[in-house]
Design a protein. Structure first.
Length: 586
């Protein structure tokens, strides 16, 4: 069996789903290009600004993708085999993840671009709203912890390629820093000159390529600069700097960093997908070597259900997407009909990124030493292998450049997540405290970026007593809380749609996905808490245990609130305004 047919069939399934199920969802939600969006009615050119769909798609896509559709599929593929992972990516993205993203975005724009938590407050109760805000903020903290440390890990150490060339973490760090400077310059030029988005893209994308090319020649070795003696302490130093970046990025206007960086980051994703496509065609005989199915239980005792469904979050379904959709994208949506390509379309594109990442495992043998090198290295080497046959006139792509590009793409995706998470955490703190001034912005951003600092500075030990990366320690908790956030979002959307539509399709299209995500995520959290109580003595295990208990309690209370509202609606007739909303969409 070879890779290319598997990828082509998957791509066709996703394209057909976009033009069929995506169109059906747009009709059910009654997307209207003539209905004013909050980006226009509340425009302030700070957070609310109508944005061209191609620009917003790149920003939204890069923000939701991050490292999730790379790390999750690779970890799950190694653990259970590539076939269960592939099935979950396709089914999850089409029937659950895409529905989650689109309904969250539409719910937000129909409520003045307010957060999904505020939609819950309007249609459930203030108690539900506070519970949801607390849950979201905890989930954001763990997203920041996991992605900060996995990015820092890319900036330390080195790897030697089969060609004998070396790729250093310090070189990737240098490219990364140069890349961060470019969007700021781009944002300033777009804001204060007549430079158009098209010409800015033409100008700055080659500069990003130059940053990748020159990074290895101009390494930024933070460990050597600070006199640090180990990779662990160097990684922790990078953790601190990255959280400092989050602190600053979380308060900057969206036009200065978020939009231009998201635009450039989106092109990273497009180029990476195109590179995989070219590699698949050129290396059309690349064989699938990894087992399709390795068993229902891993060597660590983890069972396929529910672990597969929380390990692969981004790429199938991710609660984090609802925060992006209702936190920043809804404030920039130009017209309602843009929601379909930007929300549902981006989710299916992310599924394709996840499938490409899974291919990097599929081409390895079960005993390959690369399997223990980390998802970022597996991804980079997979892309390098696929592109090894690409060339013109006897010239072949430089493997070092390809690996550097893949690692930079990996890091770029994470940057988008880090500062968006910090910005969303700031919104929550401001909402809870009522401080919407400059002091509130800095307080909210400081807390959201500061609390993760306590976790990333820990020296984590795995179950075997040996040191383990912080991101790996918290990945399972991040995955479970992220999927439970998706369940709670779908739960809130179900209540909103039932109150306003009272149509049977609400239960099938939104209610069933909510029930599925709630079941697998709470199941995973209960197993995690139970296991840690039985054998966890290390500090990180105690922390994740109690946080897991808090998340389970919050989710249970949210479910009780939703059931209470739904049962009360079942005993009453819908008001006249609701009856009019029940009319079939045109």
């Amino acid at each position: 069996m070879v890779l290319l047919p598997i990828v082509l069939v998957s791509a066709v399934i996703l394209i057909v789903a976009y033009f069929t199920y995506g169109r059906l969802l747009a009709r059910l939600l009654d997307l209207d290009p003539n209905r004013p969006t909050p980006a226009n009615t509340l425009r302030d050119d700070l957070d609310f600004i109508p944005t061209e769909p191609q620009f917003l798609l790149s920003q939204h896509f890069s923000a939701i993708a991050a490292a999730g559709p790379i790390v999750g599929p690779i970890l799950a593929g190694i653990a259970f085999g590539w076939l269960p992972a592939l099935i979950w990516i396709l089914v999850g993205s089409i029937l659950i993840g895409g529905v989650h993203d689109l309904t969250a975005l539409v719910a937000s724009i129909r409520h003045q671009a307010r957060s999904i938590a505020e939609v819950v407050r309007d249609h459930m109760s203030k108690r539900s709203y506070l519970l949801f805000l607390a849950f979201i903020w905890i989930a954001l903290v763990y997203i920041i912890v996991a992605f900060t440390d996995i990015t820092a890990a890319s900036f330390v150490g080195s790897q030697t390629l089969e060609s004998g060339q070396e790729v250093t973490g310090a070189g990737i760090a240098s490219s990364s820093l140069m890349y961060l400077a470019l969007p700021i310059v781009m944002g300033l030029l777009l804001r204060y000159t007549r430079l158009t988005v098209g010409w800015a893209t033409v100008l700055f994308l080659p500069l990003v390529g130059l940053a990748i090319w020159k990074g290895q020649a101009w390494p930024f070795d933070l460990g050597a600069m600070l006199g640090l003696s180990s990779e662990t302490t160097t990684r922790q130093a990078w953790d601190v700097l990255l959280l400092g970046y989050c602190l600053v990025a979380g308060v900057l206007p969206v036009w200065m960093l978020l939009q231009p960086r998201g635009h450039l980051g989106g092109y990273f994703l497009y180029v990476a997908l195109a590179a995989f496509g070219i590699g698949m065609v050129v290396g059309s005989g690349t064989e699938v070597k990894y087992p399709a199915f390795t068993g229902w239980t891993t060597a660590k005792g983890e069972t396929l259900a529910p672990i597969l469904f929380i390990t692969i979050a981004c790429g199938a379904c991710s609660g984090f997407h609802s925060l992006i959709a209702s936190g920043s994208t809804s404030k920039q949506l130009r017209v309602e009909t843009d929601a379909k390509p930007i929300a549902y379309g981006a989710m299916l594109l992310e599924a394709m990124v996840a499938i490409c990442s899974l291919c990097c495992v599929m081409m390895l043998t079960a005993d390959s030493p690369l399997l223990t090198s980390g998802p970022n290295n597996i991804y980079a080497n997979g892309l390098s292998t696929l592109l090894s046959g690409v060339g013109v006139g006897g010239l072949r792509l430089d493997p070092q450049l390809v690996v550097c590009f893949a690692l930079m793409a990996f890091v770029t995706f994470v940057y988008d997540t880090l500062d968006v998470c910090t910005r969303l955490g700031r919104y929550i703190i401001q909402e809870l405290t009522g401080l919407h001034n400059a002091a509130g912005r800095w307080l909210g951003t400081g807390l959201t970026a500061g609390v993760p600092l306590m976790f990333v500075m820990q020296t984590s030990l795995g179950p075997d007593g040996n040191p383990t990366p912080v991101w790996r320690t918290y990945w399972a908790l991040f995955g479970a809380s992220n999927q439970l956030l998706a369940a709670l979002t779908l739960l809130g959307v179900t209540v909103w749609l039932w109150k306003t539509k009272r149509a049977a399709w609400v239960w099938l299209v939104v209610g069933l996905p909510a029930a599925w995500m709630y079941t697998v995520s709470t199941w995973a959290l209960i197993l995690m808490v139970r296991g840690n109580f039985l054998d966890g003595k290390d500090g990180w295990r105690i922390t994740t245990t109690w946080v897991g208990l808090v998340l389970i309690a919050l989710a249970a209370l949210m479910l009780v609130e939703a059931l209470r509202v739904l049962l009360s609606l079942g005993r009453s007739e819908p008001p006249r305004s609701m009856k009019s909303a029940m009319a079939p969409s045109a």
